[in-house]
Design a protein around this ligand. Structure first.
Ligand code: DGL
Length: 278
């Protein structure tokens, strides 16, 4: 574990990481909510997918990246922009870094149960997230409030990593078909939780199967609001006089082009990406 030498100040950046390009969906929400903050984004694409690996791998990667962000960028807060990493590692991260504001993400089951009219909620997430104790506890806490149709989506995150349109279309069709009927009829799924940060980027493809009337829920905006709350409470919010939307720094353990293209495609950012070995 790297111990941050200087106490973080409001002018330091916020670290954000995911197994790959999916966390850009969270970064998009963070940049909108906190336009005066600077972000450092790490995509661990060289070690993805997290969702089909064991917890030890995901936990070790999460700690290695957090050490890097603290040691090399003096981050003042950390956003774990990955449901799978949050499920596997948020507890040990909190224990190892007790003083840094730390925000994780989890599938939006609770708001989905409240929003659903048919009380039938679809959930798409990685196998790792769905098998985790954290997810199972969340599910148990909502017992009786809705029927949850759980769909682990093997292969989908990695297809999104590689922007493989044919695979994305085939997997979205297969997984939505497996969840049964969508829509407002009794017993149909009217609310679909996107419980992996990669999935918001394939919303248009999902819509081809589920139609326009199903509510999609993702976690980016709530995570951004929670990040603001924690920064405010710690007195670490960037000065509102600083330049809005300072450039984000991007690093990847995978292919530089994949992250650069994804940032251009989904965030309209023309950006430099650096290769990272951690
Ligand atoms: N983006 C990640 C999540 O939110 C996981 C994708 C993967 O399997 O690597 O769960």
């Amino acid at each position: 574990m790297v111990v941050a030498t200087a106490k973080p100040s409001a002018s330091h950046p916020i670290g954000v990481f995911d197994s790959g390009v999916g966390g850009l969906s969270v970064l998009r929400a963070l940049r909108a909510e906190l336009p005066h903050e600077q972000f450092v984004y790490v995509a661990d694409s060289g070690n993805a997918p997290y969702g089909e690996r064991d917890d030890d791998h995901v936990t070790a990667r999460s700690h290695a990246i957090t050490d890097y962000l603290l040691g090399h960028h003096q981050i003042k807060a950390l956003v774990v922009a990955c449901n799978t990493a949050t499920a596997a590692a948020i507890k040990t991260l909190r224990a190892a870094y007790p003083t840094i504001p730390l925000v994780g993400i989890e599938p939006a089951l609770k708001p989905a149960a409240a929003a659903s009219q048919t009380k039938t909620v679809g959930v798409m997430a990685t196998r790792g997230t769905m098998q985790s104790e954290k997810f199972q506890a969340l599910l148990a806490s909502l017992h009786g409030q809705a029927t949850f149709v759980l769909q682990p989506c093997d292969g989908l995150a990695i297809a999104i990593e590689h922007n493989d349109a044919i695979k994305i279309e085939a997997l979205c069709a297969e997984y939505t078909r497996a969840m049964g009927q969508f829509g407002l009829n009794s017993g149909a799924v009217d609310t679909l939780v996107l419980g992996c940060t990669h999935y918001p980027f394939v919303e248009p493809v999902l819509r081809q199967s589920i139609g326009e009337h199903v509510t999609l829920l993702e976690g980016g905006a709530p995570v951004a609001r929670q990040t603001r709350r924690l920064l405010e409470a710690a007195g670490l919010l960037a000065s509102q006089e600083s330049a809005p939307t300072a450039p984000t720094r991007f690093y990847t353990t995978g292919q530089v082009n994949d992250l650069r293209d994804a940032a251009a495609r989904w965030l309209q950012l023309d950006t430099e990406v650096s290769a990272l070995a951690v």
